[in-house]
Design a protein around this ligand. Structure first.
Ligand code: SF4
Length: 373
């Protein structure tokens, strides 16, 4: 696991130590192209050096407030739109798009210039929308029930690639305002800390998304949680717990062998007391594995001690896995057990089953050869 973490670029991030690379280089992982959302204002003013100074604000506003594509920036001369499109093309290209049967959930599979693949999900509600973004192409954490975990880590995403996912989803949401962002797509956000945090700062400052509506999910990178508690923006923390004893969690979530439950609970306690933000635990219910009465009792002990909300999610079926999600009556029983033990619990509607929205599933499916015609 130590090697995995090094590969994920986390070693310096944990300690906060500075690496030899410049901030700009660090913002651009190896293999990532340089799209418009990877440019900062200084880059943009270089690109527009022959233009009146107000052009930088005009383009910035179009990118962040309106999520416009260069060709849609009709207040710019045509030659300038072409220059933007040529010098900073989209970093991600659409490989596949799936829409749920009710039309309210859209999932995209993207490909970077190096062919690394990532996914984004847009979930629409009557008056708003939530975007679930990926923070890495693949993931090094190796959770045993996860399709992405099977494939390992391809590379980190740049901040611009994360922001581009949000911009694309905002365009698709049309009149519905994207109010919430969750880092629950591919990857472990705290293993790509600096780029994830840079993207959060820009979502907040330039896209107008409240930090209180941004949720960072982690499988339990304890130093990353501690670091998050020192940041200025009060984002929500979601911990993918899935097991509440070390023996089972070691098996399901291998990072637990490095940062065990005691350390994780302590880091969550610190986050809550410093930030006073909502803490939630995600619990993917796996039939016969973590849906027993004893699992509920262990989870309740931890959740009530931290006043954490528990989101129970029936595991999406995944090709190639013997494990399967708890059936609906078992999900209700587990929810009622937790409730009776004083836990605030929600069964998260599984919005993705019919479009393969479990983490990594669309990428896995797209990688399969097409059936013969
Ligand atoms: S569940 Fe999340 S952290 Fe675990 S392997 Fe999958 S993407 Fe990575």
């Amino acid at each position: 696991m130590a090697d995995d973490l090094e590969a994920a670029g986390t070693a310096t991030s944990y300690s906060g130590a500075t690496s030899a690379a410049s901030p700009r280089e660090r913002s651009r992982p190896r293999g990532a192209g340089r799209g418009l959302y990877d440019l900062d204002r200084t880059d943009l003013s270089h690109l527009l050096a022959d233009q009146p100074p107000y052009r930088v604000n005009q383009v910035w506003e179009a990118l962040y407030a309106k999520a416009a594509l260069p060709e849609e920036m009709t207040n710019l001369p045509l030659s300038l739109r072409s220059r933007l499109a040529d010098h900073a093309p989209a970093a991600l290209r659409t490989v596949a798009e799936s829409v749920s049967s009710d039309g309210q959930t859209v999932k995209w599979l993207w490909e970077g210039s190096d062919r690394a693949r990532v996914e984004t999900v847009l979930m629409c509600y009557p008056d708003r929308a939530t975007v679930c973004v990926s923070s890495q192409a693949g993931c090094a954490m190796g959770c045993t029930f996860c399709a992405t975990g099977q494939g390992g880590l391809a590379r980190q995403l740049s901040s611009g690639e994360i922001l581009e996912q949000v911009a694309h989803a905002r365009r698709r949401a049309r009149t519905r305002r994207v109010t919430n962002i969750v880092f629950m797509g591919m990857g472990e956000p705290l293993a790509n800390y600096e780029r994830v945090w840079a993207s959060i700062e820009r979502m907040n400052a330039d896209m107008g998304i409240s930090a209180r509506h941004i949720t960072v999910s982690t499988v339990g990178i304890v130093p990353g949680i501690r670091r998050l508690s020192h940041e200025s923006l009060p984002v929500n923390l979601a911990v993918s717990l899935h097991a509440a004893n070390d023996a089972l969690r070691d098996r399901l979530v291998p990072i637990n062998r490095r940062y065990g439950l005691d350390a994780l609970v302590e880091a969550c306690r610190q986050y809550r007391s410093v930030k006073n933000r909502r803490l939630s635990f995600e619990w993917a219910l796996i039939d016969g594995v973590n849906d027993r009465r004893s699992d509920a009792a262990e989870l309740a002990r931890i959740a009530t001690g931290l006043a954490a909300h528990v989101n129970v999610i029936p595991l999406n079926p995944t090709d190639g896995f013997a494990t399967r999600g708890t059936p609906p009556d078992g999900v209700r029983r587990f929810r009622d057990l937790l409730s009776s033990m004083g836990v605030a619990v929600t069964v998260r509607r599984n919005r993705g089953t019919d479009i393969e929205a479990a983490c990594g599933q669309l990428a896995a499916r797209a990688a399969q050869p097409s059936p013969p015609a």
